[in-house]
Design a protein around this ligand. Structure first.
Ligand code: ADP
Ligand code: MG
Ligand code: MG
Length: 250
């Protein structure tokens, strides 16, 4: 589904990613851990196609296509969806409007008709209930005045409505209390499926108690220094990151 090879990327002329190799197969959940400034968010941003990130070497293939040749919109239409570490507020735009517009854009790209209003409302109510969100969320401006936890729920709500092929989640646990984290984790778990890939970035192991990853990668200074199963996350929790780079040539 996703194949990253020898990816190098820079921001403002500063090299951040220094040769990332990573393959995600359909159905897999991958977690990326790593210290602050390792390049985790940069990797997400490069995958999403955000401005300001320059790929200087390497390749990314998504479902057999060259992802780096695709515009941001094309990536979204192809089913790559990114949730944001700091979700943006869109004053004046109702949440329900954004969700419907995004869903219809996706359907249009697939040559499908717009979703009928009753069907949309049924879908959205079901997903809201799942995320333990009140119907009043729909009428509020996107993320405006939302608490941190509400924003994260909203992000997962979008994912549940749009059902991406590959979901990118950057620090969905940041700023959440334990109860909110469980709801968010349940939402992500319900996204798991044989056809879907999930790539999530997290600082903390605790999220991975709730969303158990198939593969864990540790990113340090722009490189994947170790990959393993979920036990790697526990090792990192216990020992930190230094032991993973000891003896390596800086
Ligand atoms: P992480 O998510 O692992 O904490 P980031 O990818 O956010 O790390 O950042 C990696 C490095 O790139 C940091 O040194 C950070 O300061 C730098 N960086 C990230 N984004 C930008 C930017 N837009 N402009 C300048 N430097 C950036
Ligand atoms: Mg950071
Ligand atoms: Mg980050």
């Amino acid at each position: 589904m996703l194949e990253i090879k020898d990816l190098h990327a820079s921001v403002d002329g500063k090299i951040i990613l220094k040769g990332i190799n990573l393959t995600i197969n359909p159905g897999e959940v991958h977690a990326i851990m790593g210290p602050n400034g390792a390049g985790k968010s940069t990797l997400s941003a490069v995958l999403a196609g955000n401005d300001g990130y320059e790929v200087t070497q390497g390749s990314i293939t998504f479902e057999g296509k060259d992802l780096l040749e695709m515009e941001v919109e094309e990536r979204a239409r192809a089913g790559l969806l990114m949730g944001f570490q700091y979700p943006v507020e869109i004053p004046g735009v109702k949440n329900v409007y954004l969700l419907k517009a995004a869903l219809n854009a996706q359907r249009e790209a697939r040559g499908e008709e717009e979703i009928p209003a009753p069907e949309f409302m049924k879908l959205i109510r079901e997903k809201l209930a799942y995320m333990k969100m009140d119907n009043s969320f729909l009428q509020r401006a996107v993320n405006e005045g939302f608490s941190g936890g509400e924003k994260k729920r909203n992000e997962i709500l979008q994912m549940l409505v749009l059902q991406p092929r590959l979901a990118l989640l950057d620090e969905i646990d940041s700023g959440l209390d334990v109860d909110a984290m469980k709801v968010v984790a349940e939402g992500v778990n319900s996204l798991r499926g044989a056809d879907r890939g999930i790539l999530m970035v997290t600082h903390y192991q605790r999220l991975l108690d709730h969303i158990v990853p198939d593969v864990v990668h540790v990113l340090v200074d722009g490189r994947v220094v170790k990959s393993g199963d979920k036990s790697l996350a526990l090792d990192v929790e216990e020992r930190g990151y230094d032991w993973l780079t000891e003896g390596s040539v800086a």
